[in-house]
Design a protein around this ligand. Structure first.
Ligand SMILES: NC(=O)c1ccc[n+]([C@@H]2O[C@H](COP(=O)([O-])OP(=O)(O)OC[C@H]3O[C@@H](n4cnc5c(N)ncnc54)[C@H](OP(=O)(O)O)[C@@H]3O)[C@@H](O)[C@H]2O)c1
Length: 301
């Protein structure tokens, strides 16, 4: 099977690339920037420098390689930046998806797109796929707009919604909550952690498995794909400390209002995972088992 990955230097993109190579897929990995990640023990793959907001370049690459599926992991994922720079947010998270949908229509390509728990307002957790979205932030609005582009199209599409992705990657442009907290705890920094927002953090490998499964099985529709443990951010950080045997003395409980973040976040998300478990064979790690995976990967690094 031939697939094209966008955002292949991002956290999810790296994991999807790695899993696709394990599956012996023919892979065209694309990311913004000229770097080709050196995948250890991996077979060869094609790498293209591709900014997904450049419609002409996207068209040329899709026309040249004609993949059977595109896994769109590229996005503007900084929620506060999306609030500040709505034009950029629209360009990456909406307009580029519109272009991908048009090209998938023209070349009959299955589009697998990643969305977020931030399309919900956080009042009715855990959410199932049929629950009504009500985004609170511009990021959430942009992702919901992108979903609607796929849903109203004639292409074969899969939308995988996820929650706080974490994992170990190479030269990532953004840190993730788990590695950030572990580092801060190890360096005895004071941590002010909110206890009024609840999430189900997702090991990036688990979501990558779901992406590959959707491509292989040609399963279409909306799927909720997150970790299975719903915890407050405070509980998440306490669990990290406990797992890595680090002191919890410097973890202070605070309220979200103190943070003064640009974008409003939903209070409590978390997903019902039954549909993904049944149709995608999704079988996520527990949070503790995910930390075990992280620990092993950090040792090997
Ligand atoms: N991270 C989370 O907690 C979370 C939660 C819910 C949903 N999601 C969704 O999951 C997906 C994957 O997220 P992730 O955690 O892997 O994010 P990530 O690590 O930030 O990766 C996103 C990648 O997209 C790239 N990108 C940004 N603009 C681009 C453009 N114009 N053209 C090509 N590439 C571009 C980024 O490159 P640069 O960094 O170099 O700009 C980055 O490598 C996204 O759709 C995100 O919205 C993430």
């Amino acid at each position: 099977m031939k697939i094209l990955i966008t955002g292949s230097n991002g956290l999810l993109g790296q994991k999807v690339l790695s899993k696709a190579l394990e599956e012996n897929f023919e892979v065209i990995a694309t990311s913004k920037g000229s770097d080709r990640l050196s995948m250890k023990n991996a077979k060869d793959y094609i790498y293209c420098d591709l900014d997904i907001t450049n419609q002409n370049d996207v068209f040329c690459i899709i026309q040249k390689f004609k993949p059977q599926a595109i896994i769109n992991t590229a996005a503007l994922t900084n929620v506060d930046l999306c609030e500040d720079d709505q034009q950029l947010c629209d360009a990456v998270n909406v307009q580029a998806v519109k272009d991908l949908v048009e090209m998938c229509t023209e070349f009959n390509i299955h589009l697998i797109h990643i969305s977020t728990d931030f399309i919900f307002d956080g009042k009715n957790s855990p959410y199932s796929e049929t629950d009504i979205p009500n985004p609170l932030s511009y990021y959430g609005i942009s992702k919901l707009k992108s979903e609607k582009l796929l849903i109203s199209s004639d292409i074969n599409w899969t939308i995988l919604r996820t929650i706080i992705l974490f994992g170990v990657g190479q030269s990532l442009s953004r840190n993730n909550l788990i590695l950030w907290a572990k580092d801060a705890l190890e360096n005895n920094r004071d941590l002010n952690i909110i206890d009024d927002q609840f999430r189900a953090p997702t090991l990036a490998e688990d979501l990558a498995d779901a992406c590959i499964s959707a491509a292989k099985k040609k399963v279409y529709g909306i799927f909720h794909v997150s970790g299975k443990d719903i915890m407050s951010i405070f509980e998440i950080v306490k669990n990290i400390a406990k797992f890595f045997k680090l002191s919890t003395d410097r973890i202070n409980k605070i309220n979200s209002s103190v943070l003064n973040q640009k974008a409003i976040r939903p209070a409590k998300t978390g997903f019902v995972l039954d549909k993904a478990m049944t149709l995608l064979n999704y079988n996520p790690h527990s949070f503790n088992d995910s930390l075990e995976v992280i620990k092993t990967q950090l040792i090997k690094k």
